[in-house]
Design a protein around this ligand. Structure first.
Ligand SMILES: N[C@@H](CCC(=O)N[C@@H](CS)C(=O)NCC(=O)O)C(=O)O
Length: 308
């Protein structure tokens, strides 16, 4: 199998979910550091313009969104599982909370107090992405006590869960629920100045956080964006066509489609010809002179697919 390649940047909290997943499964991977602002020509050539981070690449297969990345890692490296304790399915439901409303609160807690001191282009870009076109970080700063009250109560749910005597969210071994809680806690610990005071009332969460940190990130070695591009160009994707006769949208391989996130974040859709259709995922063909032919994979949940 080709190397596992992660396109990310170190301060990215959503990437931390996958890096910790590599740690949980003790995987070796190649680390391609991307720009924090969306100036990523090599990556965009491969993804067809999907702008979020992280993206996983295996040869000429490109996996967008952590839902898709975690599914693929579980398929390829089933042990140790992301779904221990008969936990299949539930963690994806949990991810709609952690990656949705909980992340939105964490974003405000981490960014609002310091927005005035950060590069304006960075703040404007992220505020547009996570709060919307009318984002006002000054207003968010003034509203921080309310945001913290909401966030604190929900972090309290994790503390209550860990107070049942088990070391991890769903029992004695770590799994995807831990990765989901971890990237939020990691984000706040890394970026919120008052994090030590904030977490002081959550001793179980702090002990769990030490265990999560000890999982590590597996073994990574650096790679440049152009090396990753060369790998895509010199590899043929083994992904075969697949269809799903029960698909509610009647999607079938060969159709031209546009795929865009459901959030109102102004992101451009990715267009391509469908190759694989299933209940959980889609894959499209993407052709670009920089990377040749690649197959780009997306999750179904959270994305709208339009037939062109
Ligand atoms: N649903 C996506 C969300 C990814 C996401 O929002 N990532 C952040 C980085 S932590 C991002 O892409 N920010 C904008 C950017 O880096 O251009 C996933 O699960 O992968």
């Amino acid at each position: 199998m080709s190397d596992l390649i992660l396109h990310h940047y170190p301060p990215s909290p959503v990437s931390e979910k996958v890096r910790a997943g590599f740690g949980l499964k003790s995987l070796a991977w190649r680390s391609v550091e991307q720009n924090r602002l969306p100036d990523r020509p090599e990556l965009f050539a491969m993804t067809g313009g999907y702008r979020r981070i992280p993206v996983m690449q295996i040869g000429a297969d490109i996996y967008c969104d952590t839902q898709c990345i975690l599914m693929e890692l579980e398929d390829r490296f089933p042990e140790p599982s992301f779904f221990p304790n008969q936990g299949a399915g539930l963690p994806f439901a949990l991810s709609r909370w952690t990656d949705g409303s909980l992340f939105d609160l964490a974003f405000r807690v981490a960014l609002a107090p310091v927005a005035a001191d950060l590069p304006p282009a960075f703040v404007a870009d992220r505020a547009r992405l996570y709060i919307g076109a009318n984002a006002d970080m000054e207003k968010e700063r003034a509203d921080l006590p309310h945001t913290l009250a909401q966030f604190r109560a929900q972090i309290g749910w994790l503390e209550a869960r860990l107070d049942t005597g088990r070391p991890y969210i769903l029992g004695d071994v770590p799994g995807m629920p831990d990765l989901l809680a971890w990237f939020i806690v990691w984000f706040i610990k890394e970026r919120y100045e008052d994090a030590p005071t904030f977490f002081a009332e959550f001793p179980k969460l702090q002990a769990w956080s030490d265990r999560m940190s000890a999982l590590g990130h597996g073994r990574s070695t650096p790679m440049t964006p152009s090396e990753a591009l060369d790998i895509a160009k010199s590899t043929t994707s083994p992904t075969r066509e697949a269809s799903d006769p029960r698909d509610p949208q009647g999607l079938t391989p060969g159709m031209m489609v546009a795929i865009s996130p459901l959030s109102d974040s102004g992101e451009k859709p990715v267009e391509g010809q469908l190759r694989r259709v299933s209940r959980d995922r889609l894959a499209i063909d993407n052709q670009n002179p920089l990377c040749g032919h690649v197959v780009v994979h997306f999750p179904r949940v959270g994305y709208r697919v339009t037939v062109l």
